[in-house]
Write a protein that binds this ligand. Structure first.
Ligand SMILES: *Cc1c(COP(=O)(O)O)cnc(C)c1O
Length: 238
């Protein structure tokens, strides 16, 4: 199947899941996870109706920005971000999904302050406590949200998670429901930022229908759009 057919299939799945959950399908953004893709593929995805792209690596983001590859769509940052690289990301993307530590949160806010802008962010939550993944523990997320609210340079828009790869449909539903409840609890505790808490970034190629059932507003889909990727270990690092 081609890219256009894949975009249509994923959109149809999102629509079906949203309707099954009594939700508005338009409330779910299909974000194309474009890691390892070339600029021309990104342009083709946008031509096929993609309105938001998500990058994992600073190096690829920088190269595609220089290429004007995202013209006609938003670009978000969804990958692990080192504090010494925030200057390449803050102010250049619509939303940073992967704020995974207080140190990174402060570095992003500092950089945004210096540039005189407010950076939209999500907090990444490590729901399954996986050692291989970054993110706040669920019980740390509220204090991180409070810190984000105090810091001038950032606007907290919601939460993001990357649960373990699902082996079967339905398997990750409990994680997605947990992230949703956590977002509701945190929003209730916030003072000024509560009206901005409108994003739940959850769901990937293997589990996005379940994420939509549980309330996702942004699914990050790569291989279901672009086909299988070469393994990350075979790619150069930043
Ligand atoms: C690669 C990636 C995705 C998309 O993964 P697929 O399984 O290919 O859909 C989503 N989110 C993040 C953070 C990713 O790194």
């Amino acid at each position: 199947m081609g890219l256009k057919e894949n975009v249509e299939k994923v959109r149809a799945d999102i629509r079906a899941a949203a309707i099954a959950a009594g939700r508005d399908p338009e409330a779910v953004t299909l974000l194309a996870a474009t890691k390892t893709q070339r600029s021309e593929t990104i342009r083709a995805a946008i031509a096929a109706g993609i309105t938001a792209c998500g990058e994992n690596r600073v190096q690829e983001l920088t190269a595609h920005l220089a290429d004007n590859a995202y013209e006609g769509a938003q670009v978000h940052f969804i990958g692990h971000l080192q504090t010494n690289k925030v200057k390449y990301v803050v102010g250049r993307v619509a939303l940073i999904h992967s704020v995974s530590s207080e140190k990174l949160l402060r570095a992003i806010a500092d950089r945004a302050d210096k540039l005189g802008l407010v950076q939209d962010i999500l907090l990444e939550v490590n729901l399954a406590g996986e050692a291989s993944k970054s993110g706040f523990a669920p019980e740390e997320a509220l204090s991180a949200a409070r810190l984000a609210e105090e810091l001038g340079g950032v606007r907290l828009r919601g939460l993001m998670c990357i649960p373990p790869a699902a082996a079967a449909p339905g398997e990750n539903l409990p994680y997605f429901q947990k992230l949703r409840r956590l977002a509701v609890d945190i929003t209730r505790e916030m003072v000024d930022n509560d009206i901005d808490m409108d994003v739940l970034s959850m769901g990937m190629s293997g589990d996005y229908p379940d994420a939509v059932l549980a309330g996702s507003t942004c699914v990050r889909v790569g291989s279901a759009l672009f086909g299988p990727r070469p393994p990350m270990s075979s790619l150069p690092h930043d």
